[in-house]
Design a binder for this molecule. Structure first.
Ligand code: FES
Length: 181
């Protein structure tokens, strides 16, 4: 019996025609599973590996190379909130912002709130330097997030519905090409 839902398996399979090999779809497959399950459980690793003609160890190696992916013991909250700690943001209060977030959410970086709504992380430059200090809400950059705006942001995140990764929310059209876009 399949661990992944039929829909999730199909979404992974829909990606395969976009790539020159099944193995090249490893990262999109991991993203799809993590977006939906908020982690990549061991059973999912086995099943994705089967779909991509990889061994579970090979898939696990790829997954663990990227700190982005979480195993089942470190499940993400509904929203992943990244606070930038690179230079532009650090010069404009990024460290203070991260400290305020930790205090308000009651977690350390990498942790998830007790209600499972928000996982707090720090990030290196997220490309919103002109709006420092900045954060990422899942994949959405938010500029000018000063500590006085933290309460409103947390309230927003606690009440909004979960969002899928924007590039993966809709399965790609089937294509005959074997080139990587
Ligand atoms: S340094 Fe923070 S977004 Fe670039």
């Amino acid at each position: 019996m399949s661990f992944l839902s039929a829909e999730l398996r199909q979404k992974i399979l829909d990606y395969l025609p976009r790539y020159p090999s099944k193995q090249a779809a490893t990262l999109p497959a991991l993203h799809l599973v993590q977006d939906e399950m908020r982690c990549v459980p061991l059973e999912a690793v086995r099943e994705i590996a089967g779909l991509l003609d990889l061994s579970p160890a090979e898939l696990n190696d790829a997954m663990s190379f990227y700190g982005f992916f979480r195993g089942e013991n470190h499940k993400l909250g509904k929203t992943r909130l990244w606070v930038c700690r690179s230079l532009a943001c650090a010069l404009r209060g990024g460290e203070e912002l991260l400290t305020t977030m930790c205090q308000k959410l009651g977690v350390r970086p990498g942790g998830t709130t007790a209600d499972g709504t928000i996982t707090l992380e720090f990030a290196e430059c997220i490309g919103v330097c002109e709006g420092a200090p900045a954060v990422l809400v899942n994949d959405e950059g938010r500029p000018d997030v000063t500590p006085d705006k933290v309460d409103a942001l947390i309230e927003e995140l606690r009440t909004r519905p979960p969002a899928l990764h924007p590039t993966l929310a809709t399965p790609p059209p089937r294509a005959n090409t074997t080139s990587v876009p």
